[in-house]
Design a protein around this ligand. Structure first.
Ligand code: PLP
Length: 395
């Protein structure tokens, strides 16, 4: 016997994982160089040198228990202190060690945060399409309902009018993700200023705070001088969910944090609920070695110039062929309009050419595909003939 809900979830295929697995199978048949796998967001740029150096240093200089032993449930206090000092230096954030809860990446940060703030089954969490597909799973796990804002397919920015209409007395939180997976768009300071004004007004109207959950695994991966912003400076009731999966290329090490700054109303209560939610789901004591590694690598970033070069190569290449692409200002995804309304059918045609691109239906944005460009630039160049052949089928 097992939970029907969990059986359903465990047996649902993820389009991204399916395409990735298909790519591995095809590589064995037609050769790795003939498969153009743009399916998954696995950072292709190596972790910065400080990661390897600090791992070696920690293993060489510390006793086993000081590297592999349990830390406090919320994370090592020296690590959280270091993080607070870094955020204060960089963003003038005014935070302390006790505002941070260390987690196993952004997925855990989000699941814990949602579990902490949801009170009743009527609670609603607003998702802005296109969004990371796992959000719906996390919202259901917290026992809330998702309310989905349709995508603004003109600019892929936030529609404040649509958001205003979506907010009800049951709204608990809005999740934002900038730089965005899958659209690659970045919110400006002006967008956050307007968003804050709306959320303050609506919070007053409905008589309780609407939290802004800022999912920031791509925070520093921005191009052309796009802004890196500290969102609580704009809207006080912001909870930050961060991860080092992308900024330090460490997705397999599962390390990140939740930041509940003191400007959040009832910050202490919310933070205590975060500790409780982490405890209830067994997300305590994030990987110790990597807590210390990130402390030693604060302010470091994988070489995003390599992503930037891929971005230009792919965007310009596909535009020249006639594809309709969203210009990405951050993250490492190119969002492309399917030349036929059914993006799944388009992705299937691409698959016939060993071109693996993800239909965006599960991102809440039918009619588009996501192309991950965290890949070898040679693969991008080799893929152009297949992209050309694909678009010619529609010309
Ligand atoms: N949020 C977004 C927008 C993502 O793109 C991802 C991963 O790709 C996650 C959350 C989960 O990140 P992590 O691997 O750190 O759990």
């Amino acid at each position: 016997m097992a939970s029907q809900e969990m059986i359903a979830l465990g047996s649902q295929a993820s389009v991204i994982r399916d395409l990735f697995a298909y790519g591995q199978q095809q590589a064995a048949i037609v050769g790795k160089e003939n498969v153009f796998d743009f399916s998954i967001g696995n950072p292709s740029v190596p972790a910065p040198a400080c990661v390897k150096e600090s791992i070696k240093h920690l293993l060489d200089t510390r006793e086993s228990v000081a590297v592999h032993g349990y830390t406090a449930a919320a994370g090592d206090s020296a690590v959280r202190q270091g993080l607070a000092e870094y955020m204060n230096r960089t963003y003038d954030a005014g935070v302390k060690a006790d505002n941070f809860y260390m987690t196993c990446g952004a997925a855990a940060s989000l699941t814990i945060t949602l579990k902490a703030i949801v009170e009743t089954p009527d609670d609603e969490i607003v998702l802005i399409a296109p969004f990371f597909p796992e959000y719906t799973v996390f919202v259901h796990n917290a026992g809330a309902k998702e309310v989905i804002l349709p995508p603004d397919t003109e600019h892929f920015q936030l529609s404040l009018t649509a958001l205003e209409q979506a907010i009800t007395p049951h709204t608990r939180a809005v999740i934002v993700n900038s730089p965005n997976n899958p659209a690659g768009t970045v919110y400006s300071a002006d967008t956050y200023t307007k968003l804050a004004a709306l959320l303050n007004k609506k919070s007053a109207e409905i008589g309780h705070p609407i939290y802004l959950i800022s999912d920031e695994p791509y925070r520093e991966i921005v191009y052309d001088g796009a802004p890196i912003l500290y969102v609580p400076k704009f809207y006080a009731n912001t909870i930050i969910c961060y991860s080092y999966s992308k900024s330090l290329s460490l997705p397999g090490e599962r390390i990140g944090y939740i930041l509940v700054p003191d400007c959040v109303s009832d910050a202490k209560t919310v933070y205590t609920a975060v500790c409780g939610a982490g405890r209830s789901m067994g997300f305590v004591c994030a990987p110790h070695l990597f807590q210390d590694v990130i402390l030693q690598c604060l302010g470091q970033l994988s070489d995003i110039n390599l992503y930037d070069a891929n971005r230009k190569l792919l965007y310009n290449g596909l535009k020249d062929m006639g594809y309709d692409c969203v210009y990405p200002s951050g993250a490492f995804y190119l969002f492309v309009k399917s030349p036929e309304p059914d993006a799944k059918a388009f992705s299937d045609k691409a698959k016939q050419l060993n071109l693996l691109i993800v239909p965006a239906d599960s991102f809440g944005c039918p009619g588009y595909v996501r192309i991950s460009y965290c890949v070898d630039p040679d693969m991008i160049r080799r893929s152009f003939a297949a992209f050309k052949q694909l678009i010619q089928q529609y010309q």
